[in-house]
Design a protein around this ligand. Structure first.
Ligand code: ANZ
Ligand code: ZN
Length: 818
């Protein structure tokens, strides 16, 4: 008998699969399609970690399962290969980012292959390769043509460590998402994508994604932050009746306004303070605020600081004089950058008014309670008071009534505000996709014509960590204007790498197209992605950006869907000793070491068995050993009975044992099929297979061999998506020429599931005294009659009176007697 040696059979089968091009995408259009996608990795220098192994394994089980169920499956892989670490490696080690990245890409690809994942490598996509980024540039130009890419000077998030700007989505609690440095603000001319044009559609689309986790949808909704309210226009008499508009969600409180607050950066502030007492103090304050991030400024515990500008506005409805202040808690890039202060009904305004001794005027009163002497803001519902013609109205109605009234009078009106900002995509770094734009003194901003793409990354650059390396390349910066031919200057910003990953899932459908990002017909054939597997950390980054890209391409008529991912599976973390595996915690288990020691099949089995996909998974050496033992058990099971498959006997299920094993086999097929399909409960599916294996080991030597052979074969087929190598080897051992992965998924016969007989326990006064086999469908009285006739029962009951007989169908009978 041969022993199980994964280190031999796994590389062997991987080579065979590769040679037979087994995982090439099936193009048979008679079959239903299934697009299974795992987020592609960033090719860091460390190779794969367990989190990767988990994602790929989950995706691979789904892909293999679907293939065996008659689908043509697209299951591709690539590398998200632009980005800062490559450039930092270049600075630290003096290696070229390209070489560093290509080397890592190769390594990651080898490790992925070593896991036995069934990718169609012929569709491999690397975002840093010129044939790919040429088309990223093509798409940028499409956005530009459609008015969705624009350049603007703005106060942007700046990471002083990474030496580059960040999108809002890349600032987490005021810190850089990559390096955790405190983010500051900087004024720069930058490129933006107009994602805010799509805010409503990005919200609406979420309602059509029932197979996305609620948590991710909630995060996106919150990020988009739609807020209904009103604009209210105040005038400033001393500035020649200049207008200042505020955004409020509470127009019902308009009569309670006792001051206005502008963001320090508000463009009217310099005019308002000119020649006033506080001019120089406020000027300093503005400078300080410009550099401080929003998070620091608006943190709940941050002290509210403000100054009176010395100027007044006029209330739109009462005509009253309202002092104008500037304060840190009002942000320039939310709403209009100006707020009406209603201290009686807004907590922040209340604190501010208390601190600076501004009047507090109640305009909403609940049915009872709350006098005019407030100790905190009253933010609840109620009736309007001190509000002119609106007195007595319920405040819910007043919100609408006052907004409408303002609109009629041309003083504002209902509006919707979003938290979402346009996507800042400029990065002052080398290792990214160059923005295909040229600046000409005569022609201004000139897009590079599509025929001239790609704008290649130059080689003659200096990496000193002090400036954008692209600015050091003479050959790159100096160019000709594509329009007039005069000498011109190339844009040196590169694109945020999240652009590269916003369209890669389309590229896989047509990975070698040189002229276009993809052929729309091919996208039409494969999209949407039926199952997308990846981490929740991308909830408001990649997953939002990809939806945005898809909607733009939909509007351009290039793709037939406006939502790219029908179903989203966010896998849990891999923990060790209760903490996330990470280098800094020193608790990392190296996937390749596990693969070397136990084989990829064991690693896959353990990961799938230890927890359902969405849950966190606790690494356990004992668990890995357990999976390894199980595979050995399966191996021995086939080895022991290998001769059965030389001349396969026809099954005969007349005996009770054969009937039982047959029933167990059908039940297992049903259970595994249901668990894997849609629900992805791989752990319980594997448990069911284990039970079938136990049933096979317990099967008597002299019972029917044909039934046994069927059961063994079923184990191998059911296990194939989970442990692809061992099953392939055993399948061959069972005498087959073709691949186990090309077989149809086993089916079950509902009739065979019906249990004809069951064994039940017989208790007397709660103690088990005997066991008996009864017809499964027997009713309570029939079971009772059978039990009472048993010799052992009759002996034990001698001289006693039966008081009660309790029958639990299919389980037990308890006789109460004394
Ligand atoms: C007056 C008022 C009275 C307000 C009241 C609230 C309660 P959301 O829901 O987040 O959209 N606000 C508007 N623009 C701001 C800015 N740039 N910086 C800081 N705060 C700003 O919040 C909208 C509310 O936040 C607005 O409604 C405004 O305060 C404030 F009893 O206006 B409210
Ligand atoms: Zn020109």
């Amino acid at each position: 008998m041969r022993t199980y040696q994964p280190s031999e059979i796994e590389p062997k089968w991987q080579a065979v699969w590769q040679e037979r091009r087994m995982h090439r995408t099936d193009e048979d259009r008679d079959k239903p399609k299934f697009y299974a996608l795992e987020q592609f990795p960033y090719p860091s220098g460390e190779g794969l970690h367990m989190g990767h192994v988990r994602v790929y394994t989950i995706g691979d089980v789904i892909a293999r399962f679907k293939r065996m169920n008659g689908y043509r499956v697209l299951h591709p892989m690539g590398a998200d290969a632009f980005g800062l670490p490559a450039e930092n490696a270049a600075i630290q080690r003096g290696v070229n980012p390209r070489e560093w990245t290509l080397k890592n890409m190769k390594r990651i690809r080898e490790e992925q292959a070593r896991l036995g994942v069934s990718y169609d490598w012929e569709r491999y996509v690397g975002t840093c390769l010129p044939d790919y980024y040429k088309l990223t540039q093509w798409l940028f130009l499409l956005f530009y043509e459609r008015g969705l890419a624009y350049r603007e000077k703005a106060a942007v998030n700046w990471c002083p460590t990474c030496n580059t700007v960040l999108a809002n989505e890349q600032v987490e609690n005021g810190l850089c998402w990559r390096c955790d440095s405190e983010v500051t603000k900087k004024e720069l001319e930058q490129w933006f994508l107009r994602i805010t044009d799509y805010a409503d559609r990005l919200l609406e689309g979420l309602d059509r994604l029932p197979k996305w986790p609620d948590k991710v949808k909630a995060m996106q909704r919150n990020w988009i932050g739609r807020s209904e309210g009103a604009h209210v226009t105040f005038t400033i008499p001393e500035l020649d009746h200049e207008k200042v508009t505020v955004f409020t969600t509470r127009p019902d409180t308009l009569f309670g306004v006792t001051y206005l607050v502008l963001a320090p950066e508000h463009p009217l502030v310099p005019q308002l303070i000119r020649g006033k007492e506080n001019e120089s103090i406020i000027a300093d304050f503005i400078e300080r605020m410009r550099k401080e991030s929003e998070i620091t400024r608006t943190a709940a515990d941050a002290e509210k600081v403000g100054y009176f500008t010395g100027a007044y506005a006029q209330h739109p409805l009462t005509g009253e004089k309202v002092p104008i202040w500037v304060a840190n808690y009002v942000l320039m890039d939310y709403g209009t950058g100006a707020v009406m202060g209603v201290p009686a009904h807004d907590e922040r305004d209340f604190l501010f008014a208390r601190k600076y001794d501004l009047p507090i005027r109640v305009v909403i009163r609940p049915e009872e309670g709350v006098t005019d002497e407030l100790t905190e803001a009253y933010t609840g519902e109620g009736k309007l008071v001190n509000s002119g013609d609106f007195n007595g109205l319920n405040n819910r109605e007043a919100i609408k009534a006052i907004a409408r009234h303002l609109e009629e009078k041309g003083l504002g009106g209902p509006t919707v505000n979003y938290r979402l900002r346009d996507w800042l995509i400029s990065r002052q770094r080398y290792w990214g996709c160059p923005i295909p734009i040229v600046y000409c003194d005569d022609c201004g901003i000139v897009p590079v014509p599509k025929e001239q793409l790609p704008v290649l990354l130059p080689e003659d650059v200096v990496f000193d960590g002090k400036r954008n390396p692209l600015t050091t390349s003479e050959t790159f910066v100096h160019t000709e204007c594509p329009r007039c031919g005069k000498s011109a200057r190339r844009e040196t910003d590169t694109m945020d790498t999240f652009i590269d990953s916003s369209w890669y899932f389309f590229r896989y459908t047509d990975a070698h197209n040189e002229d276009m990002p993809f052929d729309p017909d091919k996208v039409k054939d494969w999209l949407p992605v039926d199952e997308y597997i990846g981490g929740i950390e991308h909830a408001v980054l990649h997953l939002l950006y990809s939806r945005f890209f898809t909607k733009v391409l939909y509007d351009a008529g290039l793709v037939p869907v406006d939502e790219p991912f029908t179903s989203l599976l966010t896998q849990g973390m891999v923990l060790k000793d209760g903490a996330k595996m990470s280098k800094s915690k020193g608790n990392v288990v190296s996937p390749m070491e596990i693969v070397e020691k136990y084989g990829a099949d064991t690693a896959r089995m353990f990961i799938l068995f230890a927890a359902p996909p969405e849950r966190d998974l606790e690494w356990s050496d004992a668990g890995v050993e357990g999976s390894y033992r199980f595979l050995n058990r399966v191996w021995r099971m086939v080895e022991q009975h290998a001769s059965l498959f030389e001349q396969r006997p026809a099954p005969d299920t007349t005996s009770r044992e054969a009937q039982e094993l047959n029933r167990l086999r059908h039940r297992t097929v049903k259970k595994v099929t249901e668990d894997v399909n849609e629900r992805y409960h791989f752990n319980t599916a594997i448990s069911a297979i284990m039970e079938l294996v136990n049933g096979i080991y317990a099967y008597p030597e002299d019972a029917d061999r044909g039934t046994l052979a069927d059961a063994i074969e079923t184990v191998v087929l059911l296990l194939a998506p989970f442990a692809p190598h061992i099953t392939e080897e055993l399948w061959q051992r069972m005498g087959h020429q073709d691949s186990v992965h090309a077989q149809s998924w086993p089916t079950f016969d509902p009739a065979a599931l019906v249990q004809n007989e069951v064994e039940i326990a017989v208790q007397i006064n709660g103690k088990v005294r005997d066991k008996v086999v009864v017809p499964a469908e027997a009713d309570k009285s029939e079971v009772e009659a059978l039990v009472m006739k048993l010799d052992r029962v009759q002996t034990l009951l001698e001289g006693k009176t039966v008081r009660k007989v309790i029958v639990v169908p299919r389980k037990l009978v308890n006789i109460v007697a004394n």
